[in-house]
Design a protein around this ligand. Structure first.
Ligand SMILES: Cc1cc2nc3c(=O)[nH]c(=O)nc-3n(C[C@H](O)[C@H](O)[C@H](O)COP(=O)(O)OP(=O)(O)OC[C@H]3O[C@@H](n4cnc5c(N)ncnc54)[C@H](O)[C@@H]3O)c2cc1C
Ligand code: SF4
Ligand code: SF4
Ligand code: SF4
Length: 497
């Protein structure tokens, strides 16, 4: 067989396999763009070249030492699914589970559950069946509205009273220990994944307290959790916004927004991004969405309004759910691939956030006049790029974007060179004709590879209005000028339909 025929044959066989996997991945939307965002731009790419090796639309770029799109990407996601740094295995994303369910409460007493009222209905079942002596829940503090109050309860009426989610850390283990010290033999424990991890560690680590006690069985009901907020910061913010927290009956996070309700009426909602600064710092380092160490895990994602997604992980977890369904405490629907895929999608967002933790530093310029004076260093040589054996490559990626209210511009500076940059001197100023105004400068001691920092530079106010003029951004380190550019500030053009 000629070389030519051999090539065509092997290509067609390869393409057949490629097409087969492409069809399997249809609808998953794991495109090359996602690989760029999660792996390449975050600096966790191992430079193995697998993505470029498997797809003809990709090529290895020797200058930037990363894959580069050279053809038409169909968005099939095959590259994403071969990369050793993406997390695609369901077990890695949500942990092991035996059965999945979509459920909601089947008993009329449970009203005011956060989603389907599954957790509260399960607690009612456990009390009615005498399977537990007590349960650990988290209530709203009656004296400090929306501050979480962990509690050890002994009746289903108390469980119903404690329904609903409070999006802040709750010291639930303290209440669990109260139960154990009071000789309770069987306790249901409701908690976020980090709460569940604490109990799991106490039960399973070599010197775990619960391992050596062997006095109580703890049935762990985990809540799905993407993040929580520091109540010391979030609640005063809401109060400043004129919200009377004592009147708020429900808080909810749904599709990237945080909602506050009074009864059925929405009082206010915020983009989650706006509230990011109030997020508990520990949550930036958390990778467990689905309470992987619980007996059962309950959330809302993947199941639609007023319902819950439930993952039963342990044998006892399955038995309890099945019996609660049989006895009418829970109503259930079949658990489908679509339900699971939604959970996997969110779990992956959370797992890959570990790669971007370093990118979360935000510098806010509050008072321009008080910043350190800039010492110009004109002798510095301009060196925005460095030479590699294959060509030159940029050191920094700098972008500038006006905020929605057009009161400030956000400057993002990313180290794209792959090694530490030290003593970065950054200067921002407004340019009016030939003169500079309102200069602001700072020195950043170090910026790690692929780390980015953000600076919010407030605009000048004239006659009560923010002025959209021109700004310059000037960045150097101790040896060279790394970046200099003038920008005209323009509002983002709205896309026409
Ligand atoms: C901080 C936080 C973040 C969450 N993020 C997500 C998410 O991103 N995606 C998702 O699908 N689901 C999330 N959930 C879970 C969701 O809000 C519901 O708790 C879950 O769907 C169960 O609904 P339910 O109707 O069965 O709850 P309910 O029947 O109302 O029962 C909720 C139980 O949770 C307890 N509880 C309330 N607040 C806390 C707390 N802070 N710590 C420990 N226990 C508490 C209550 O005491 C009650 O027993 C989050 C929950 C919390 C607390
Ligand atoms: S076409 Fe190639 S680059 Fe695009 S998603 Fe598929 S494998 Fe990745
Ligand atoms: S497969 Fe992943 S780790 Fe390997 S080069 Fe491509 S992006 Fe980098
Ligand atoms: S995001 Fe993680 S650390 Fe934060 S409350 Fe949820 S489980 Fe706990």
């Amino acid at each position: 067989m000629s070389e030519e025929i051999n090539k065509v044959k092997s290509e067609s066989k390869y393409e057949h396999s490629f097409e087969y996997i492409r069809r399997k991945l249809e609808g998953k939307k794991d495109s090359f763009g996602k690989l760029v965002k999660e792996v390449i731009r975050t600096g966790v790419c191992t430079h193995c070249g697998t993505c470029a090796a498997i797809c003809s639309a990709l090529e290895w770029d020797p200058i930037y030492d990363e894959p580069r799109l050279v053809g038409q990407c169909s968005g099939c996601g095959i590259c994403y699914n071969q990369c050793p740094r993406t997390i695609t295995n369901p077990e890695q994303l949500v942990g092991l589970f035996k059965t999945g369910y979509v459920t909601k409460s089947g008993i009329p007493e449970v009203i005011g559950g956060q989603d389907g009222g599954t957790v509260t209905s399960l607690l009612c079942y456990l009390f009615d069946e005498n399977l537990i002596d007590g349960a650990v829940v988290t209530k709203k503090n009656p004296n400090k509205p929306w501050v979480p109050l962990p509690q050890l309860i002994t009746t289903k009426e108390e469980a119903i009273e404690a329904a609903g989610s409070i999006y802040s850390h709750s010291q639930t283990v303290d209440s669990l220990m109260d139960g154990i010290r009071n000789d309770m033999g069987s306790i249901a424990f409701v908690g976020t994944p980090c709460n569940i991890d604490a109990v799991f560690k106490m039960e399973s680590s070599p010197l775990g307290m619960l391992k050596y006690f062997m006095r109580a069985h703890v049935f762990k009901i985990g809540l799905f959790c993407m993040d929580s907020f520091s109540h010391e910061a979030l609640l005063p913010f809401f109060e400043k916004e004129g919200i009377n927290l004592a009147e708020i009956t429900k808080m909810d996070i749904n599709k990237g927004r945080f909602y506050l309700y009074k009864g059925d009426t929405e009082v206010k909602s915020y983009k989650i991004k706006e509230l990011d600064k109030f997020k508990s710092s520990s949550c930036n380092f958390c990778t467990d969405l689905a309470a992987e160490n619980a007996d059962i895990s309950v959330g809302s994602v993947g199941s639609g309004p007023m319902k819950n997604t439930v993952l039963a992980r342990s044998g006892i977890g399955v038995e309890i759910i099945e019996d609660a369904i049989k006895k009418g405490y829970l109503l259930s629907e079949p658990f489908s691939v679509e339900n699971l895929n939604s959970v996997l999608f969110l779990a992956r967002l959370k797992k890959v956030s570990q790669y971007t933790v370093l990118k979360r530093k935000v510098f806010i310029v509050k008072d321009i006049d008080r910043e350190e004076p800039f010492k110009p260093r004109p002798e510095l040589k301009e060196e925005a790029e460095v030479a590699t054996p294959f060509g030159t490559r940029k050191i920094l990626r700098v972008t500038q974007k006006l905020n929605e209210s057009q009161t400030a511009t956000t400057i993002t500076i990313e180290n794209v060179i792959g090694y530490l940059l030290e003593n970065l001197q950054i200067r921002v100023a407004i340019v009016e004709e030939l003169f500079e105004k309102r200069p602001w400068s700072t020195t950043i001691k170090e910026i790690f590879p692929f780390e980015s920092i953000q600076i919010n530079y407030p605009l000048e106010i004239k006659d009560g209005k923010h002025v959209l003029g021109e700004i310059i951004i000037d960045i150097s380190d101790s040896h060279r000028k790394l970046f200099f550019k003038k920008y005209s500030l323009k509002p983002k053009e709205k896309k026409s339909k």
